[in-house]
Design a protein around this ligand. Sequence first.
Ligand SMILES: [Zn+2]
Length: 418
Amino acid sequence: MKDEKWIKEQLLDKFLRYVKIDTKSDAHNTSVIPSTICQWDLLNMLKKELEDLGIDKITLNEHGYLIAVLESNLKDGEKAPVIGLMAHVDTSPDMSGTNVKPQIVENYKLNDIVLGNGYTLKTEEYPDLLKHEGDTIITSDGSTLLGADDKAGVAEIMTALTWFKNNHNVAHGEVEIIFTPDEETGKGLDFFNKDWLNSRCCYTIDGSELGSIETECFNASGFEVKFKGRVIHPGSARGKLINAVSMAGTFLNLLPANESPEATDGRYGYYSPMEIEGNLDEAKLGGILRDFDSNELSRRIEALDAYGKAVEAKYPGGIVEVKTRKQYSNMFEYINKDMKVIEILEKAVTEAGVAPSREIIRGGTDGSRLSEMGIPTPNIFTGGHNYHSRFEWASVNTMVKASETIINLIQLWAKEIS
Ligand SMILES: [Zn+2]
């Protein structure tokens, strides 16, 4: 594309500003969306930038959903399908996002990159770097994450929008832009109403490696297990104490080690304990269950109940309560009903000069939930890597290709005039 240099400048300008705004979400604040006040800083900034671009229809509601509409410029009487583009403004609760200091490496030479603060991004540990010789690479300074997840996606969408505003002779249909809070807590769409959108399909810009298109994700459930013991002074505890901490430990031992995230990849699902707290009286264990196959997920839910009963049998008088809650479903179930959504996306990637590859996500996106609501929403690469980590990095060259893909996508859908 002839505008690659312009796109790169736009992306750098936007991305470097967005990552400096702390938007870390809080998985423990379950009462409100957004879960953290700081996310409003970026939402308000984006709202202002959309206004400055001359977008007329913009809404930012009390839950932090920012929706903007690029109105169709097709001739009177022509109507193309409405499509949506979605990215999230929050960053992972698992790593600091305060005072992010992005570092830029121009013309990357396949070397290890010293981040600072005692950390080095090593090609041996992160061999994906070796695919990016000559690229402009952005990292953090090692003290925080970078926030390419998902500010790369936000910047790519904003750049594409700016491109259409600068090229108003290029035909496009109506495009709905959706920026959401709290994707990382899995609660981002809890208050979202799909009736706010007219989109036939939507695309999340929240993936990773150049060319990857994600159409399948896990079926996901969260679990919480409560262990209730009986407390007696340890000095006179013999035969009487029921130790909730020990109960939790026994339960943890029953989770199959070969079905853990650290022992599996590809299509294999898992149990993952994520956090634990408690004392003799009561302990709580939280975690997640994942599988591409919904039957396998159900099997694991049943197994947790069985493990709970096994712990109760070993600690007579102790009580184990297992609760699971559904988080999201494998989006392929919904996407495969409208394969045009993928065909046009693959064409858009190809026209950007990139070979598309369909991947599975060992995770989920807001797109998984939107698909379930009836709007098929696959996920597009952003150029970010090592998400949720101080070793997070992004290739600006890949980000350029992501923006080009979005620009192509909008134009291709505009040709589907009814
Ligand atoms: Zn993300």
